[in-house]
Design a protein around this ligand. Structure first.
Ligand SMILES: [Zn+2]
Ligand SMILES: [Zn+2]
Length: 163
């Protein structure tokens, strides 16, 4: 048995986040708006996004950003307090300690593969060389595509129900 492979996706229709297993093909249904998707089983090397069929995916560390920030903030706080009240050795050890914890967590947490287009998050996969870290230029291209789509949605909604 390998790691459970699953995808966290936003419903294409109502944007509610949801989770689905992708080790075998299956039907996914949004619990909020009943939107249905047919998900095919994801290939181990994950060449395309099974949610939207997009072939551009990037990898990133599955590291919650708030956690890293909290560790650093706590360390700075502790080292500032100890700097004034105790010995400076303590301040240094807090700062160095937090850097070590940070580094260890970075190694411990796995990769998550993310679709540029629909931002589906794939977990339980081993990122391959085909998955590059996030590139701003590509991300920008998809961001603009999303904005265009949303604009179109808003336009058609405005036409459908003039208020
Ligand atoms: Zn939905
Ligand atoms: Zn996608």
């Amino acid at each position: 048995m390998g790691l459970p492979v699953n995808v966290t996706l936003a419903c294409p229709s109502c944007d509610r986040p949801s989770k689905a297993p992708v080790d075998q093909p299956g039907d996914w249904q949004c619990y909020a708006c009943d939107h249905r998707l047919r998900l095919s089983a994801a290939d181990k090397s994950l060449p395309i996004c099974v949610v939207c069929g997009n072939h551009e995916l990037y990898k990133k560390k599955d590291f919650p950003q708030w956690l890293g920030g909290t560790i650093l903030l706590t360390a700075i706080l502790l080292s500032t307090i100890t700097y004034y009240s105790y010995e400076k050795w303590w301040s240094w050890s807090f700062l160095i300690g937090s850097a070590i914890i940070d580094g260890a967590m970075y190694l411990l947490v796995g990769d998550v593969v993310v679709c540029y287009r629909c931002e589906a998050h794939y977990r339980g996969f081993t990122a391959t060389d085909a998955h590059k870290p996030f590139e701003i230029a590509i991300g920008e291209r998809y961001r603009q595509e999303r904005m265009r789509k949303e604009q179109m949605k808003a336009d058609s909604a405005g036409k459908a129900s003039p208020s």
